[in-house]
Design a protein around this ligand. Structure first.
Ligand SMILES: NC(=O)c1ccc[n+]([C@@H]2O[C@H](COP(=O)([O-])OP(=O)(O)OC[C@H]3O[C@@H](n4cnc5c(N)ncnc54)[C@H](OP(=O)(O)O)[C@@H]3O)[C@@H](O)[C@H]2O)c1
Length: 179
């Protein structure tokens, strides 16, 4: 089973600053909810897989992300995340989600370290990239797409209030056999 990846990155591939998102983009948050929040089939749900620091960056009132199986990846054997499943690697996260019959889609939602592992993984499928204009002085970065990813959809640019403009993109992974 493949998983998808959801990320918002600025022109320098920056994704975070001081343990948080450097921007507030309500339209992008709505896009994130539309992608991950509801499964297409009634009675099923999606899973979101995130690194331990991304879990920590969510305001406690939004943890776990509602309606989704939340999976937190850490190397800390004693880590506890209330309302979430704790695993110790990406493969274990994928095995956990595959073992849940009600899970429809699996989305890796960050941050930088987990994206690196995800992009290198054979089961990585579509990447939903929000390209945010400008350089936002980030201290965490998206590693960048593999040459096997190709842009298949884009919409924008759009802008929320006086925030930076951004474009919603979907990149699909070509099968390696087709080059
Ligand atoms: N713009 C966006 O779309 C977006 C999305 C998500 C997050 N962010 C931002 O990104 C930043 C956080 O990213 P980050 O790179 O610092 O941290 P991260 O990837 O969220 O979490 C890193 C931690 O997760 C665990 N981990 C990650 N990969 C692992 C693996 N392959 N196997 C086992 N454990 C693994 C480790 O936990 P332990 O240290 O506990 O072992 C590691 O220290 C924040 O600023 C956040 O706001 C941005």
């Amino acid at each position: 089973m493949t998983f998808e990846l959801v990320v918002a990155a600025d022109a320098s591939n920056g994704i975070g600053r001081d343990g948080a998102l450097p921007w507030h983009l309500p339209g992008d948050l709505a896009h994130f909810r539309a992608l991950t929040g509801r499964a297409r089939e009634a009675g099923r749900r999606n899973a979101v897989v995130m690194g331990r620091r991304t879990w920590a960056s969510l305001p406690p009132r939004f943890r776990p992300l509602p309606g989704r199986l939340n999976v937190v990846v850490t190397r800390d054997a004693s880590f506890v995340a209330e309302g979430a499943r704790v695993v110790h690697g990406l493969d274990e996260a994928l095995a956990e989600t595959a073992a849940e019959p009600d899970v429809e889609g699996v989305f890796v939602i960050g941050g930088g370290e987990l994206y690196r592992a995800a992009l290198a993984h054979a089961a990585c499928g579509d990447v939903h990239l929000t390209r945010v204009d400008g350089d936002h002085g980030c201290d965490v970065f998206f590693p960048g797409l593999e040459p096997t990813h190709t842009l298949v959809e884009r919409s924008g640019p759009r802008r929320d209030g006086d925030g930076p403009s951004y474009e919603l993109q979907r990149w699909a992974r070509r099968s390696p056999s087709r080059g």
